[in-house]
Design a protein around this ligand. Structure first.
Ligand code: GNR
Ligand code: NI
Length: 168
């Protein structure tokens, strides 16, 4: 297993649109294990491959406190079940330290492949529906800051660039 480096906004690599996973094999499962290890170490509830500079349509989620409910979504697709939006204060490991209220559809149906390459479909709501939409946005090169006003996004970008310069 390996800890991977998480890219931070405004790194242009976060804007890459990931391509489909064409085969679920041992290399895929190694990547999945590394994503979980990296996500748990960073205390996140989700992580998309895009965030570690791997541009494949694969993401992991675990909403549990004790790392007991790992979920894998490969080539995920969602359909919105209900036009109703819900708001949530979202954060992102690629935008560390910033939380903003984002509106998204509350109820979705998700289809994907699991870590064995088996297809599944689930209806999702609550934080899981929010998190999956947030992760699929990453696969499409999109970040939650894209839903904010240009002024707010610019402020966040400047602050993160400053802290990245301090660390460099
Ligand atoms: O850890 C995370 N918390 C979170 C909170 C609200 C909405 C979405 C998220 S996902 C985030 C981890 C992350 O950046 N995944 O891409
Ligand atoms: Ni994120």
């Amino acid at each position: 297993m390996a800890l991977l480096e998480i890219l931070e906004f405004p790194d242009p690599r976060l804007r890459t649109r990931a391509g489909p996973v064409t085969a679920v094999n041992d290399a895929t499962r190694r990547l999945i294990d590394d994503l979980f290890e990296t996500m748990y170490e960073a205390r996140g509830i989700g992580l998309a491959a895009t965030q570690v500079d791997v541009h494949q349509r694969l993401l992991v989620i675990d909403l549990s406190e004790d790392h007991s409910q790992p979920l894998v979504f490969i080539n995920p697709q969602i359909t919105v079940l209900d036009a109703e939006l819900g708001e949530y204060d979202e954060g992102c490991l690629s935008v560390p330290g910033f939380y903003e209220t984002i509106n998204r559809p509350r109820r979705i149906e998700a289809s994907a492949l699991d870590r064995d390459g088996q297809p599944f479909t689930r209806e999702l709501d609550g934080l899981l529906a929010i998190c999956l939409q947030h992760e699929i946005d990453h696969l499409d090169g999109k970040l939650f800051v894209d839903y904010l006003s240009p002024l707010k996004r610019q402020r966040i970008r400047k602050k993160l660039e400053k802290s990245q310069r301090r660390r460099a």
